[in-house]
Ligand binder design. Structure first.
Ligand SMILES: [Zn+2]
Ligand SMILES: [Zn+2]
Ligand SMILES: [Zn+2]
Length: 125
């Protein structure tokens, strides 16, 4: 379709072979369209493997009390979700309804500190 012009405020996404949808060399299915800002360096990376490839420090996880940080970028519409918003999104962008990879849930603990109330298997709707 025609180009969207409202992406000027979209954050820069770092990583290996990052596409305009924020897919990367590691994760590049049609569903792998989110980038996550890392707590440690406050940079958006397409995935944690991209982070580790480009950074020399260990990646940090977001504390539970910072769930309202705007840290998850939808590569499809460039909408930025808060961590809590993303976790409750049911693997779908609340803005453009594009689907996210539900398998990302298995990796949440690499990016976000999880509490005992966070059921990865079946979150409460
Ligand atoms: Zn970092
Ligand atoms: Zn990657
Ligand atoms: Zn979206």
């Amino acid at each position: 379709m025609s180009s969207r012009t409202d992406t000027s405020s979209a954050p820069v996404v770092h990583g290996l072979s990052v596409t305009s949808l924020t897919q990367c060399a590691h994760w590049h299915s049609p569903l792998d369209i989110i980038a996550i800002k890392h707590f440690c360096c406050q940079k958006f990376y397409a995935c944690i493997s991209c982070h580790d490839a480009e950074e020399t420090h260990e990646s940090g996880v977001w504390p539970i009390d910072q769930r309202d940080e705007m840290s998850v970028l939808c590569g499809a519409c460039k909408h930025v979700l808060s961590i809590g918003e993303y976790m409750n999104s049911e693997s779908r962008c609340p803005k453009c309804a594009e689907r996210f990879n539900p398998g990302c849930k298995n990796h949440w603990n690499l990016y976000f500190k999880l509490g005992s109330n966070d059921s990865i298997a079946c979150g409460r709707g």
